[in-house]
Design a binder for this molecule. Structure first.
Ligand SMILES: [Zn+2]
Length: 253
């Protein structure tokens, strides 16, 4: 069913939520646009204007590492001050109510954690841009430290412990998917009796695999996304309306 308006979408989603015990949300950029986070991959998004730095280039060249950090600090205005939106708050409410064991996300903005979902219950398929790690020894570094070094020297820092490259904890283009996150995402998806895909075009692998995995496993499928997806025909509810408006009534007050 494609909901013709927000009111119908909310009413149907209420029924589905009430009838479910294990709700697993899967989120993409659309849930964070009302928070001022740019949608990198969409038409008009950053990656259509500025070529992404491939992981192999990051490894090979100090210049690419410097440029990568320069871009990251330029984005700090949108990432640094962003607060959870209505969608994040609604999902955090379902989590706190014990209706949802966790969320799978393509986003790197940390907003599910800020909204109150425990970090171990947020599965990040593309990592997290709000901190950095050493690619060799895995030690975590905070961005203000990296920035201080970068601004003092004009260069991306190396790891003081092992001299490895320090990179935001994101999965770059050309970098392999984190196996642990993929495994946990599959576990969550298989445990769901209601799978809600929110703000994702569900085109990019591995995102595309999860709705079908849930559906094949007997879960009901909801898709909340502005644009049609190729899974709309399989969905029990499609809501092509504004994400914040559809999810706002699910915020516990
Ligand atoms: Zn290191």
């Amino acid at each position: 069913m494609i909901a013709p308006d927000v009111k119908t979408a909310i009413a149907r989603l209420h029924e589905l939520v009430d009838e479910s015990d294990v709700i697993v949300p899967f989120t993409g950029a659309g849930i964070s646009t009302e928070c001022g986070i740019p949608d990198f991959r969409s038409p008009g998004g950053i990656w259509t204007k500025m070529r992404p730095i491939e992981f192999s280039d990051f490894l090979a060249s100090q210049e690419a590492r410097d440029e990568s950090w320069r871009r990251r600090f330029a984005m700090e205005e949108s990432f640094g001050g962003a607060m959870p939106g209505r969608g994040h708050k609604a999902l955090a409410s379902l989590y706190r109510a014990g209706k949802s064991p966790g969320v799978v996300t393509q986003n790197i903005d940390n907003l599910h954690q800020v909204s109150g979902i425990s970090p171990e219950h947020v599965v990040e398929l593309h990592g997290n841009t709000t901190y950095a790690t050493c690619l060799d020894c895995g030690v975590r570094y905070e961005l203000p430290w990296v920035r201080q070094f970068f601004e003092a020297t004009g260069r991306a820092p190396s790891c003081p412990a092992c001299n490895g490259h320090i990179k935001t904890a994101t999965v770059s283009f050309g970098q392999s998917m984190p196996e642990d996150a993929m495994r946990r995402a599959e576990e969550l998806t298989r445990s769901a009796d209601l799978f809600i895909a929110i703000g994702s075009s569900l085109v990019v692998w591995p995102a595309a695999g999860f709705p079908l995995m849930a559906k094949r496993n007997g879960a009901r499928l909801v898709i909340i996304n502005r644009d049609p997806t190729e899974f709309d025909d399989f969905a029990d509810l499609v809501a092509p309306q504004d994400i914040g408006s559809v999810l706002e009534p699910f915020i516990a007050r």
